[in-house]
Design a binder for this molecule. Structure first.
Ligand SMILES: Nc1ncnc2c1ncn2[C@@H]1O[C@H](COP(=O)(O)OP(=O)(O)OP(=O)(O)O)[C@@H](O)[C@H]1O
Ligand SMILES: [Mg+2]
Length: 520
């Protein structure tokens, strides 16, 4: 073979070799594209699908036969239709779009989350003739991400709740903390435990008192739980959102927040119950101390009264004797008068002391309190008129009877009414009422006088406690009343406001009906 011809043959064979390799590479690439797990789709600049691999078939559910020649909008859910023109515009400008996350629609109508990478396709001359899209189905990944985020969120919420409960436990552990301080503290602990702490506000209401965060106001978006103490509804725990938020499990609130607010309300109820038991115990102890003091003073006074009774009697007797002497000077007579007056006053005190110490045995019979009042007032009314005091009485008709010593009942009324009169030096109104419930008869004496401070109210039943000048009061009136009332199985209550007046309410148990007693 001539040299020239040999050269030609070898070039041809090299060329065909090259084109074979190119062909092989191309078909290899085509196979890779065809069997990729990602959807690889070709489309024209008008969005007409021109190629469709096996991955696309798997992801979208259409076979290439079904989809080729159709518009990409077939794959796009209505809410995303705006995307297509924007994407195509970018492609026409020669730009790439990387990892664009969006939603697409499968043949069966189901929506899937996809991540798209879109690149322009150029012809040999470099003109952009279409676009290739690689779509990866990220639905599962998104779902997993969402679950992870939700779990993380739930965990954060749990931590907030536990922090709230832990801080609450720490708060109530503090010694000497009052119920008010606890409730105020709890109100402050609540907002941080809710989903949107920055717009949450809380309020705890207990028996007409409320304790709230400063920003609290009543809102529509509210979660609340009742505070029930020993079966009785006493108040509520409330959490509000001050701005509108998304609807969740219970309005804008989470299911867990319902459990938390219920738990807090139960905890508050327990705290209230515990505090009340403590207070009751304290009050009982105070009553015992009081009773003890009264008993001791009672014994003491009984002794003193006895001892004083005789010498006072002698002073009075001898004073009368001396007065009978003839030719006494005016001055001496006046002095003897003073001795007599002072002794009478002393005897009066002794009498009260003996009454207080229950030295005079009571004679208990069936008594209608209304009659006692009518009789007692007969003596008091003229004094009231003199002092410019109006007396109003409102006596319940058909008042049930009580078992009582009527002289002592008069003593009770007179002591309280005299105090009331003394409390209204410039005149006023004295109201005396009776009424009955199914178990008790009440006597209420109300005045519009000077009233008492809390400190004075606390001491009025203590023997010898008086705010009156020497000679004006001995401080035995109310202890005597207290002694009489308790010995009759009754109770006495004072309500007073400085400058407004005072109300005494006494309750006595109703006597059993006569017939019943006789039969029994
Ligand atoms: N209606 C009232 N208004 C204002 N203060 C009252 C009233 N009743 C009682 N007090 C106060 O209670 C104190 C004690 O009353 P209490 O009747 O025991 O003694 P007293 O009136 O001072 O003396 P006594 O009754 O022995 O003459 C009084 O000194 C007074 O300060
Ligand atoms: Mg008095």
């Amino acid at each position: 073979m001539p040299k020239k011809q040999r050269k030609k043959t070898s070039r041809r064979s090299r060329l065909s070799q090259n084109s074979r390799t190119l062909e092989e590479t191309r078909s290899q690439l085509a196979a890779i594209v065809e069997f990729s797990d990602d959807a690889i789709i070709g489309k024209t600049l008008d969005g007409i699908i021109t190629s469709w691999n096996f991955g696309a078939e798997k992801i979208y559910g259409y076979t290439s036969k079904e989809i080729l020649g159709r518009s990409v909008s077939t794959l796009i859910p209505p809410e995303c239709t705006d995307e297509v023109p924007q994407i195509l515009k970018k492609i026409k400008r020669g730009e790439h779009i990387d990892n664009y996350e969006t939603v697409r629609k499968r043949k069966d109508g189901k929506q899937i989350d996809v991540s798209l990478t879109i690149s322009p396709i150029k012809d040999a001359a470099g003109n952009i003739t279409g676009a290739s899209t690689i779509a990866r189905n990220i639905t599962e990944q998104k779902k997993a991400d969402k679950t992870l985020r939700e779990n993380e969120h739930a965990l954060q919420e749990r931590v907030k709740e536990l922090t709230c409960l832990y801080s609450l436990a720490k708060l109530i552990e503090r010694p000497e903390i009052s119920l008010e301080e606890i409730l105020e503290g709890i109100a402050k602990l609540l907002p941080p435990a809710w989903l949107y702490p920055e717009i949450a506000a809380a309020r705890i209401t207990l028996d007409e008192h409320s304790y709230s965060t400063p920003n609290f106001r009543d809102e529509e978006q509210k979660q609340s739980a009742d505070i029930v103490v020993a079966g009785e509804l006493r108040g509520s725990v409330e959490v509000v959102y001050l701005k509108k938020t998304l609807e969740l499990d219970e309005g804008p609130f989470l299911r867990e927040e319902r459990s938390l607010i219920d738990a807090i309300a139960r905890e508050v109820a327990l705290i209230v119950e515990r505090k009340q038991t403590e207070e009751d115990k304290e009050r009982l102890q105070e009553q015992l101390r009081h009773a003890d003091r009264l008993a001791t003073i009672g014994q003491l006074s009984a002794g003193i009264a006895h001892e004083l009774n005789e010498p006072i009697g002698s002073i009075l007797g001898f004073a009368q004797l001396v007065k009978k002497y003839p030719e006494l000077s005016e001055q001496t007579i006046q002095d003897i008068e003073k001795i007599t007056k002072a002794s009478l006053h002393a005897r009066e005190i002794v009498k009260k002391l003996m009454l207080f110490a229950r030295q005079m045995p009571p004679q208990k019979i069936r008594v209608n309190l209304n009659h006692v009042i009518e009789e007692g007032l007969y003596f008091l009314e003229s004094r009231c008129v003199k002092e410019g005091i109006k007396v109003a009485r409102s006596l319940s008709p058909n008042l049930p009877e009580i078992i009582a010593d009527s002289a002592q009942m008069t003593q009770v009324l007179v002591n309280i009414a005299v105090n009331a009169i003394q409390a209204m030096p410039g005149g006023g109104k004295l109201t005396i009422r009776t009424n009955a419930s199914d178990r008790f008869v009440s006597l209420i004496v109300e005045d519009t006088g000077v009233g008492m401070s809390k400190k004075v109210v606390k001491q009025v039943f203590l023997p010898f406690f008086t705010t009156k000048d020497v000679g004006q009061g001995t401080g035995l009136g109310l202890p005597v009343v207290h002694g009489i009332v308790t010995s009759h199985g009754g109770s006495i209550n004072v309500d007073s406001k400085v400058g407004q007046g005072t109300k005494f309410e006494i309750q006595f148990p109703i006597a059993e009906p006569q017939g019943k007693k006789e039969r029994g």
